[in-house]
Every structure is written in structure tokens, then in C-alpha cells.
Design a protein around this ligand. Structure first.
Ligand code: NDP
Length: 492
């Protein structure tokens, strides 16, 4: 990529420079500018939403038969797969994740388009039981213009998870990627156009969320927002949605408990806990960031865990062997450091990590070591607030009731992990823990066929799953009169 070129953005099918401020996106491993672009302006938002509305009404996309829309979306999946390696490399530059992870994200984006193409062509509308002389049906209609607002931590996968079902449902989509990671949304828009999604149906508007995201959310022609990001922003969007009587889905933050019982397979548990918190440098909504270990096993387990954490390969995202790349920005690393300092101030002890490592050849990267803190109880600030980085707090527990109480004592309820060989206990705890997603003897595994979302401050609504497409459709009931005689009431 040539950082001298200013990248065009996509405004209702027109690829041109945004009319907002110029800025550069940076490679977190070096701090160097990867791409320059002009952010969208409020005028661009207006043009994009009006253009999307026009395309929705006139392009014929919503009227195409489901299998015809599906054929285009299968093609999107094929095109993503055909360019998988360049896309993965670009995503690495966009947000600094290790190449092994960005390859997986690209593969997941292709799988998402394929899945929602299938969901589109197999979606059934139903004839409902008759209670009179009517044929009664439940059918679904597209909503019109929908918005997708995404964070910086898993760009191409997050955008695919919203764009694929929204397009499958027949809508137009306005995407607002995170300001710091706009490149993959632009790539997806280009690929969708190449696959045959009508021009104008997709816009990608990089820029500040508080300006551009806010304007998109408030726009009267935007009939739904699918948001992934922080809980504070999610609540702000929910307020706007309430005023507009607009449905939203909110995939928000987490502070997920991982629970290791005394009968767990410790080899599996050590590996699973390390993966659960430190993969993606902990910049993951479902990171297992609160660890509860049975007191009888606590010392031995934390020893092994700390040893494992210290062995993780933190470094160059371009290296196939790297397990943890840099954090997204210097500012984000500062915030993680201030959380670690707060934990120590409250009486926590660092078991490992808590420093900026020297990474050969990358002195300006935003690296941070995998960190484990212990000696705090669940009410400490760093046990309650989402850090969104490679920081694990470890707490011993005495019995199952005490554990469940602590695990559920959080405003968040996104995910939980359980490590035990006792299948009855696994079931009991899985049902008792309050979380949208529970992993038993595994962690951070996903299937596009399985719904995903959180409870309480972790969000509203579900993405993924065969019925995920319905989030982007309005349900309509149709009563089709079959009466031989006029309706009797008017008696006329
Ligand atoms: P933010 O909430 O700050 O940002 C998310 C997106 O919203 C960005 O595109 C942002 O733009 C935009 N935005 C910011 N303010 C507004 C506004 N007022 N109106 C509309 N849009 C706005 O989150 P982060 O970028 O910090 O992402 C990390 C958060 O995302 C974490 O809390 C994490 O847990 C959560 N997350 C949740 C997931 C889930 O599925 N539950 C998955 C991944 C992350 P800008 O770029 O300008 O900030």
C-alpha cells in the first residue's frame, strides 16, 4: 500500500475522497502510517443515507428472489477466499493482529457470507393456523437502510457479521468502521460490488463515532442499527433508538469468568485459560479476564499459568509464530497500564507481566506483556471494569455456591468458561452462570450457526445463527379473506 495515496471511501456507490478531515491509519507494530484518507463529513452521511434509500427503492435488490440474492452473496464468499492472503496481510497492517489470526478472520468473513446466503435462500415464511375464514401468514420484509457500526478489534469478521445478514435480508447498508481501522470495511464494499451487489446499496463512512456514527444513528431514514463496541457507546445508541422507536442490536463489553474446578484436566485448563485471555492480546469482548480457581489447586495452577504466560511469543505480527501482537494504539496501552497500576494500588500483586517488552526490530510498537494479577477480591476495580487487554485477575474460590455468586457479580454477562471433569457439575454451573455464551472444557470457540450475544450490560439481541437474518427484517402478518359471504357486521 502506498501511504502517499489518499484512499477514496464509498458513498452510496461513489468511490471518492471523503469531505471530512484527512488522517492516517497506523500499523500498531511500528506506529507508521499505512494509509491516508479523508474521513466522511456530515454532508457525506446525508448523501450516503439518501443514496442508500434511493438504491433500496430502485435497485430491485429487495425484490430479487432469495436464491438470486444468495447467488451474489455466495460470490462474495468466493471472492474473499480468492484474495484471502492479501486481505489477511492488509488486516494485519490495519490493526496489528498476528497474521495467523487475521487469516482466520478472513476465512470467517467468507464463511459468514456463505452462511447467510444459505439462510437467505432457505428462510421459510409460515402459514399460521386459521381461526376463521382467512388464510393467515407470517412473512418478512426488509427494513430499508440499516447501519452497521463496528469496533477496531476484529474488523473484517465484525463487518461481515452485519453486512451479510443485512444484505441477505434485502436491505441497503451504511457501515461506520472504527476510525482507526477502516481498511477492511472498504475492501468488503469493493468485493460486494464486484460480486454484483447493486451500486449505492453499500456505503462505508470512516470517521469519528461521536460525529459520524451519531449522525448515522439519528438519521430518520436509518431504520435499524447493529452496533458492536463499548457499553457506554451502546447505551447512547440505545437512547437514540428509543426516541426513533428503532430496533437495535448491541454487542457490548464483558468481564468474563473462567472457572477451574479441582477435578479439571489441568493441561487442557492451562492452555484454555491462556488462550481465553491472551489471544488477540486480550482485546476481545469475550476474553476470560476473571479467573476463579479451586483453592486446593490454586497455587499449582497459577504457577503453571504464569510460566505459560511468560513463554508466549509477543512480537512481530508478520511472523507466523507470533501469538500476541501489539495493542491497537499507544493510548490504549496507556489505559491498560493505568488499570494494572490501579490493581497494584488496591493491593494486588503482579504474578507475571506488567511491562512493555523489547521486541527486536519493532521499538515503536505498542506491545505489552501477558499479565496476571492476584491478591484482589472480586470487588476490586480491575475485577469489575473491562480492561480490553492482556490482563488476567486470578481469585481462589472455596465452593460452588461462593463461586457462582462471585462469577455473576458483574454488570457484564457476555461469556463464561468452565473446566471440570464432572459432567453433572458442568451442567449445573453452565445453567447457573449468567452469560450469553458458556464454554465447557474449551474457550473462545465459535460457530456462525450458533447465536451470539450478551445479557445485561453486555448487550441486547443476537447475531449469527440461521435466524440472525430476521434481525434485519420486519415481520408482517397477512390475513387473506376467503369468505363466501360479505363480513356480517355491517349488515349491508
Ligand atoms: P467504542 O464503543 O468506542 O466504538 C465502537 C464503534 O462505535 C466505533 O466505530 C466508534 O467510532 C463508534 N462510536 C463511538 N461513539 C459513537 C457514538 N456516539 N455514536 C455512534 N457510534 C459511535 O468501542 P471500542 O472501539 O473501544 O471497542 C472496544 C469495545 O467493543 C469493548 O468494550 C469490547 O468489549 C466491545 N466489543 C464487543 C464485542 C461483542 O460482540 N460483544 C466484540 C468486540 C468488541 P470511533 O472509531 O470513532 O471510536
Amino acid at each position: 500500500m502506498n501511504p502517499q495515496e489518499v484512499l477514496p471511501i464509498c458513498i452510496a456507490g461513489e468511490w471518492r475522497l471523503g469531505t471530512g478531515d484527512r488522517y492516517g491509519t497506523r500499523y500498531p507494530a511500528t506506529g507508521e502510517v499505512v494509509a491516508e484518507l479523508n474521513a466522511a463529513s456530515l454532508a457525506d452521511v446525508e448523501e450516503a443515507v439518501q443514496g442508500a434509500h434511493h438504491a433500496f427503492l430502485t435497485s430491485g435488490w429487495a425484490q430479487r428472489k432469495p436464491h438470486e440474492r444468495a447467488a451474489v452473496l455466495y460470490r462474495v464468499a468466493e471472492l474473499i477466499r480468492a484474495q484471502a492472503e492479501p486481505l489477511a496481510q492488509r488486516q494485519r497492517l490495519d490493526n496489528g493482529k498476528p497474521i495467523s489470526e487475521t487469516r482466520a478472520l478472513v476465512a470467517s468473513a467468507a464463511g459468514t457470507f456463505q452462511f447467510f446466503a444459505a439462510a437467505c435462500e432457505t428462510l421459510e415464511e409460515t402459514i399460521t393456523p386459521q381461526r376463521g375464514d382467512c388464510l393467515t401468514m407470517s412473512v418478512y420484509e426488509p427494513m430499508g437502510v440499516v447501519a452497521a457500526i463496528t469496533p477496531w478489534n476484529s474488523p473484517i469478521a465484525s463487518e461481515a457479521q452485519k453486512m451479510a445478514p443485512a444484505l441477505a435480508a434485502g436491505n441497503a447498508v451504511v457501515v461506520k468502521p472504527a476510525e482507526v481501522t477502516p481498511l477492511m470495511a472498504l475492501e468488503l464494499a469493493r468485493i460486494c460490488e464486484e460480486a454484483g451487489v447493486p451500486r449505492g446499496l453499500i456505503s462505508v463512512l470512516p470517521g469519528k463515532g461521536s460525529v459520524i456514527g451519531d449522525a448515522i444513528t439519528k438519521h430518520p431514514l436509518v431504520r435499524r442499527v447493529s452496533f458492536t463496541g463499548g457499553t457506554t457507546t451502546g447505551k447512547h445508541i440505545a437512547h437514540i433508538a428509543a426516541d426513533k422507536m428503532m430496533p437495535v442490536s448491541l454487542e457490548l463489553g464483558g468481564k468474563s469468568p473462567t472457572m477451574v474446578f479441582d477435578d479439571a484436566d489441568l493441561d487442557h485448563a492451562v492452555n484454555g485459560v491462556l488462550y481465553g485471555i491472551f489471544s488477540s492480546s486480550g482485546e476481545s469482548c469475550i476474553a476470560g479476564s476473571r479467573l476463579f480457581v479451586a483453592r486446593s489447586q490454586y497455587e499449582a495452577f497459577i504457577d503453571r499459568l504464569a510460566h505459560g504466560a511468560a513463554q508466549l511469543r509477543v512480537g512481530d505480527p508478520a511472523d507466523e509464530r507470533t501469538q500476541m501482537g501489539p495493542l491497537i494504539t499507544d493510548r490504549h496501552r496507556d489505559s491498560i497500564e493505568s488499570y494494572v497500576a490501579a490493581g497494584v494500588d488496591e493491593g494486588g500483586q503482579l504474578r507475571t507481566g506488567g511491562v512493555r517488552p523489547d521486541v527486536a526490530g519493532l521499538p515503536n510498537g505498542y506491545f505489552y506483556t501477558p499479565t496476571i494479577i492476584e491478591g484482589l477480591d472480586n470487588h476490586a476495580r480491575i475485577c469489575q471494569e473491562e480492561i480490553f487487554g492482556p490482563v488476567l485477575v486470578a481469585i481462589p474460590f472455596d465452593d460452588e455456591d461462593d463461586l457462582i455468586e462471585q462469577a455473576n457479580d458483574s454488570v457484564y454477562a457476555l461469556a463464561a468458561g468452565i473446566w471440570t471433569r464432572d459432567y453433572k457439575r458442568a451442567w449445573r454451573v453452565a445453567r447457573a452462570v449468567q452469560a450469553g455464551n458458556v464454554w465447557i472444557n474449551t474457550y473462545k470457540q465459535f460457530s456462525i450457526a450458533t447465536p451470539f450475544g450478551g445479557w445485561r450490560d453486555s448487550g441486547l439481541g443476537r447475531e449469527k445463527g440461521r435466524l440472525g437474518i430476521l434481525q434485519y427484517m420486519e415481520q408482517k402478518s397477512v390475513y387473506w379473506g376467503l369468505n363466501e359471504q360479505p363480513l356480517p357486521w355491517a349488515n349491508h
